[in-house]
Design a protein around this ligand. Structure first.
Ligand code: KIV
Ligand code: ZN
Length: 518
């Protein structure tokens, strides 16, 4: 028997299943940035979108297929000619493309959603795989809601799909219903009953409705699954998908047990997680495994004592293995450009000379206000530079007078191409509401706020506040972000950033997503 660990393919669906969940939509530029980060992370397959779902999805898959190199690029299609043709149209420029065709197989979906019997399902699955195979060799077939499909029928569908040319058969737990031993039995049944199973890679795609997506995926790997479908930070429909960072680190940390390996460059996990958080505004909880802020923080005295004596008493992974820098090195106002460049590199950012200069200028201003500048501060400054749209409106000055209980009075001055426009208003539901309304009046852009958050980037009373905001402008969603040691200023900058995105025509329409269409 070979002692070489078995390689498990990592299929990332952050840009498809992840992106379709509320609050996670991304524009083209953002999707390209995430796709490149996934290549740098070492993901084998990037599911870039669902081309038939909308012109925006089509364009994103096409651009990623045209420009991103280093991973297989995949597009999703339902089992019909129009979807499959559209998927190929978007994918055809990728040197290494995969079409992913899906069709529901469970009794509930057959009866209520598709109104098709078992024979019709098999015939449709075969037709779909054959049509896709006419375009490219690399075909994935998913029997949607497989975990709730009768084992005999699931085996028959999988066998027919492989015979028709599927090179990967993906077993989705679409509604997050499976448990680890149940899911293991689904995989074992397929391995034992499907005669041609050795001609395809068996993949798993688990949703997290019961909090078991990672456990179910690992259970499938234990029984021979060769591909895991997952997302950064576990984003996805409802409670999300299997979290990439958790499943990869579980296999790595317990390679003694799973005897598997992946191509993932694990020190890129934290920077990739931060990039996605920064783009979507969807924060991960502090105690999130692997990438949460507390994931490696030892507070209990007894743990700290053990750690000082021997790290492995309480630590099963090293923070640097997942991309937390070894020391949260403190920079200050005397630190130079070289020290900043060094930190940026260690944090996983590649900055051009011009970008470094811009970040350095901001860093100096921050170091004047704040004694110690931590890694998270540096990351926040860099990410602020990465997200720039051409700002038509800039915040020149603002003032707030708010005396407990009374209506606030705010004054705002915005710069618009060198011209300064000011307005003072009284009223509104608190100072931020008053500031946002005043900005709307000056710019003439009116929006509805869908989500608004402020949190501290590091600890301490002088910590920078980071604010993220999501606004709806005539059915288009735009996000904004602002960072400042003054949280009111951070919120004002975030709102103005969102307005600038509206003006620049950025943002995403609120549109039908894959699971909304039968
Ligand atoms: O959850 C699911 O079943 C899916 C399929 C399209 C693979 O996302
Ligand atoms: Zn899914």
């Amino acid at each position: 028997m070979s002692t070489e660990p078995r390689r498990v393919v990592i299929f990332d669906t952050t840009l498809r299943d992840g992106e379709q969940s509320p609050g996670c939509s991304m524009n083209l530029e953002e999707k390209l940035e995430v796709a490149q980060a996934l290549v740098d992370l070492g993901v084998d397959v990037i599911e870039a979108g669902f081309p038939i779902a909308s012109p925006g999805d089509f364009e994103a898959v096409r651009e990623i297929a045209r420009t991103v190199r280093g991973s297989t690029i995949c597009g999703l299609a339902r089992c019909n000619e129009k979807d499959i043709d559209r998927a190929w149209e978007a994918l055809k420029d990728a040197p290494d493309a995969r079409i992913h065709v899906f069709l529901a197989t469970s009794a509930i979906h057959r009866e209520f959603k598709l109104r098709m019997d078992k024979d019709e399902i098999i015939a449709r699955a075969v037709e779909g795989v054959k049509r896709a195979k006419g375009y490219c060799d690399n075909i994935e077939f998913s029997p949607e809601d497989a975990a709730r499909t009768e084992p005999d029928f699931l085996s028959a569908v999988v066998e027919a799909a492989i015979d028709a040319g599927a090179t990967t058969v993906n077993i989705p737990d679409t509604v997050g219903y499976a448990t680890p031993s149940h899911f293991a039995s689904v995989i074992k049944t397929l391995m034992n009953r499907v005669p041609n199973i050795d001609r395809a890679v068996v993949s798993v795609h688990c949703h997290n409705d019961l909090g078991l997506a990672v456990a179910n995926s690992l259970s499938a790997v234990e029984h021979g699954a060769g591909q895991i479908e997952c997302t950064i930070n576990g984003i996805g429909e409802r409670a999300g998908n299997c979290s990439l960072e958790e499943v990869v680190m579980a296999m790595r940390t317990r390679s003694d047990y799973y005897h598997t390996t992946t191509r993932i460059n694990t020190p890129r996990l934290v920077p990739t997680s931060r990039l996605l958080t920064n783009i979507t505004g969807m924060q991960v909880q502090r105690n999130k495994a692997i990438v949460g802020r507390n994931a490696f923080a030892h507070e209990a005295g007894i743990h700290q004592d053990g750690m000082l004596k021997e790290r492995t008493t309480y630590e099963i992974m090293r923070p640097e293995d997942v991309g937390f820098t070894h020391t949260d090195l403190v920079l200050g106002k005397h630190s130079g450009r070289a020290a900043l460049a060094d930190r940026a590199k260690a944090l996983g950012y590649h900055l051009t000379g011009e970008q470094l200069q811009e970040v350095f200028d901001e860093f100096k201003k921050l170091a004047d206000k704040k004694k110690e500048v931590y890694d998270a501060d540096v990351a926040a400054l860099i990410e602020k530079r990465m997200n720039v749209v051409e700002d038509q409106w800039r915040l020149a000055a603002f003032e707030v007078h708010a005396v407990g209980g009374a209506e606030p009075t705010v004054s705002v001055t915005l710069d618009h191409g060198g011209e300064q426009l000011s307005r003072t208003t009284t009223g509104g539901d608190g100072p931020l509401d008053a500031l946002f309304r005043t900005i709307e009046e000056i710019t003439g852009v009116s929006v509805t706020v869908r989500d608004f958050r402020v949190h501290s980037v590091t600890r301490g009373k002088d910590a920078q506040g980071e604010s993220t905001i999501e606004v709806d402008h005539n059915g288009r969603i735009c996000r904004g972000r602002g960072v400042s040691t003054d949280t009111v200023e951070a919120a004002t900058l975030a709102f103005l950033n969102a307005i600038n995105r509206v003006v620049a025509g950025a943002g995403q329409p609120v549109e039908a997503r894959p699971h909304d269409v039968v």
